[in-house]
Ligand binder design. Sequence first.
Ligand code: HEM
Ligand code: NAG
Ligand code: NAG
Ligand code: NAG
Ligand code: NAG
Length: 358
Amino acid sequence: MAPRGSYCRRVMGVAVAVAACALCLLPATTSGALRVGFYQSSCPNAEALVRQAVAAAFARDAGVAAGLIRLHFHDCFVRGCDASVLLTKNPAGGQTERDAAPNNPSLRGFEVIDAAKAAVEAACPRTVSCADIIAFAARDSVKLTGNVDYQVPAGRRDGNVSIAQDAFDNLPPFIFTAQKLAERFANKSLSLEDMVVLSGAHTVGRSFCSSFVDRVRNSTTGAAIVDAGLDPGYAAQLRALCPTRDTLATTPMDPDTPATLDNNYYKLLPQGKGLFFSDNQLRVNATMNALVTRFAANEAEWKQRFADAMVKMGHIEVQTGRCGQIRVNCNVVNPSTSSPEVELAGEDQETGGAVAAS
Ligand code: HEM
Ligand SMILES: *[C@@H]1O[C@H](CO)[C@@H](O)[C@H](O)[C@H]1NC(C)=O
Ligand SMILES: *[C@@H]1O[C@H](CO)[C@@H](O)[C@H](O)[C@H]1NC(C)=O
Ligand SMILES: *[C@@H]1O[C@H](CO)[C@@H](O)[C@H](O)[C@H]1NC(C)=O
Ligand SMILES: *[C@@H]1O[C@H](CO)[C@@H](O)[C@H](O)[C@H]1NC(C)=O
């Protein structure tokens, strides 16, 4: 039997391979769907092992939870949830997603994924994808910071391509207006409401100066300014923190409860305390602002919707079945000579090889 990783490239021949891989890239609702309990028989401890790795890292530094939630978002928006964000080499040469400014140096939590992967590989070699580990770790981070639990449909497969430009083309920049932000989400089949709901993740974590300093300092002269929608007192604090745009200082996005996933983000926005220009954009659009008001008033509703939206985000352009691969090392694609993976085990053991029909 040929290595699964080469299935799309060689085994089926070029024409069929293109069709097979195109199928894998359709929304999960129309092709190999993700499934809760995917590793139940192939790696029963997979989710527990990831949870332990996240909990250990969280005990050392609670900030990694925010990092892991953002890692899942940045993975899913670029080439789908395929762990491409983890790759340290671009096989075609040039910079990777991970090198690109939206990710470097701010994205964090990579070492937690590596630790989780090491534990999972020791228990079940070549069975659990890095993309699923990221999704599980984000869920565990939401639980640790917000006491919100949700089940993660799994069965994602890892991609083999990572190009810096894709990060710029797909991730929403903090300088975008409401309409352009909404377009980036719509491009990922996420609604205006999904966008407002998911933005509440900015209730945890931190930002470097470069993402907000232009709201409080003239970018050419450095002179004090106060961007529209920013509280002057808050602006003065931010300005003091960031003498220049390159200052490597960070500030929490929710200064009141920076390590708690609560609805405080929506309370801060109308006070002029949304840190980014993009945060304040949720207020200038009436439809979005109505949701902001609603979530500020109802934390339980927001938490439920946040969990649902995270699951939805986790389905973006996933590869399943025979496409993609189960990376052995999350940071590099498998060498093409590597021996066959024990992959598709989830399907084979639980549904008697449903993949054969796909
Ligand atoms: C609406 C569009 C969004 C924009 C423009 C945006 C922008 C940003 C920026 C600029 C940072 C700080 C980066 C730095 O350190 O300089 C950040 C941090 C963060 N973002 Fe977003 N974001 C958006 C949506 C989201 C979504 C959908 C999620 C997750 C569901 C998310 C989760 C986070 C988290 C948790 C952090 C803190 C990370 C840490 O502490 O390591 N963001 N975001
Ligand atoms: C979505 O983004 C991709 C990559 O930038 C782009 O090629 C495509 O045209 C966009 N699609 C829509 C519907 O906006
Ligand atoms: C809010 O933004 C969305 C997306 O761009 C747009 O369709 C809608 O018309 C806007 N609503 C208002 C009231 O501005
Ligand atoms: C920044 O300062 C320059 C020079 O004084 C001025 O021309 C420009 O309009 C200022 N920009 C902002 C955003 O205030
Ligand atoms: C990645 O894998 C796909 C099939 O899964 C293949 O068509 C493509 O050539 C591979 N690209 C690289 C850079 O290895």
